[in-house]
Design a protein around this ligand. Structure first.
Ligand code: NDP
Length: 277
């Protein structure tokens, strides 16, 4: 029987996940189907009902996207360390009557940077803007890449500080506000993990953080040159990327977790890439 998977979110019309997983399944010859489900926003407990109905109908696993990542985490019976730190799940696996939660956003981001863009983070100064769900999922994989320094800046400084304290890597991981960045010099890699670009806004980051020989990475994808990437370009940065590679890599990690086989990603990233210029 064909194994059933799905992505659940709201809105969900924009999702590329069925396309990505369909291509993965074709390439690796897996007998599986992957659909998109619009999850209910109200009442509060309705999301769990949607997941349980999919599971009861024989579903093997789900991807979870906004705004349900916290709810998916909360309803799991078992959670990975990455999911625990993020307090959020972007992938679920249903096995032996249990729900297992994972969060592959961070590993997808790190793999895109280190493998696809060929930018090892070891020994580098890395700046991450934002302290929301995506950053929470990314901090452990970032630290595992052994940067010389990892700075997390957020508008709400308390949020960044709480997160850094929770991770507990003093001397290596530093939390600050945007103003503090002016005195910190330039970074080898600057990652915009805020949602500012979704509304065409720019986080208040000083252009001094960019190095012309460094890289600017924008988590939002498919929007071309965002205000953040434009700021980086104006500061002389040549290396720029958006989050399409992260999207495909987190999908590949979930696929491997579910199916035990790792799909290739390069051709799909190329197919989905919207040129930055
Ligand atoms: P959250 O809503 O959890 O967090 C949003 C973050 O953005 C907060 O730190 C918030 O700061 C900050 N922020 C929002 N607007 C501004 C602004 N105008 N200036 C400065 N900071 C701002 O979002 P997520 O962490 O889940 O996602 C962040 C982004 O990453 C989204 O755009 C999402 O689309 C993208 N993403 C991409 C993925 C991919 O596969 N490519 C996967 C996951 C996410 P504060 O706390 O101060 O309010």
């Amino acid at each position: 029987m064909t194994d059933q998977y799905a992505v659940v979110g709201n809105p969900i019309g924009h999702t590329k996940s069925p396309l990505i997983h369909g291509l993965f399944a074709q390439e690796t010859q897996q007998d599986m189907a992957y659909t998109a489900i619009e999850g209910p926003l109200n009442p509060q407990e309705a999301f769990a009902g949607t997941v349980n109905a999919f599971r009861a109908a024989g579903g093997k696993g789900m991807n979870v996207t906004a705004p349900f990542k916290l709810k998916a985490f909360a309803m799991a019976d078992e959670r990975s360390e990455r999911a625990e730190l993020a307090g959020a799940a972007n992938a679920l696996r249903f096995e032996d009557g249990r729900i297992v939660a994972e969060n592959f956003d961070g590993v997808g981001l790190v793999r895109d940077i280190e493998v696809n863009l060929n930018l090892p983070m070891s020994g580098k100064r890395v700046l991450v803007l934002g302290s929301g769900g995506a950053v929470r999922g990314a901090l452990l994989p970032f630290l595992a890449a052994r940067p010389a320094e990892l700075v997390v800046a957020n508008r709400d400084v308390c949020k960044a500080e709480t997160l850094a304290a929770q991770v507990g890597a003093p001397g290596l991981l530093l939390a600050c506000g945007y103003r503090d960045l002016e005195a910190m010099g330039c970074f080898d890699l600057v990652v915009n993990a805020t949602s500012a670009s979704l509304t065409g806004e720019l986080p208040p980051v000083p252009p001094t953080v960019f190095s012309p020989v460094g890289t600017a990475y924008e988590l939002v994808y498919g929007k071309g040159l965002t205000p953040f990437l434009r700021l980086a370009r104006n500061a002389g940065v040549l290396g720029m990327a958006d989050g399409v590679g992260m999207l495909v890599e987190q999908a590949a990690a979930a696929f491997e977790w579910w199916r035990g086989v790792r799909p290739r990603t390069r051709a799909i990233i190329d197919q989905l890439t919207v040129p930055l210029n």
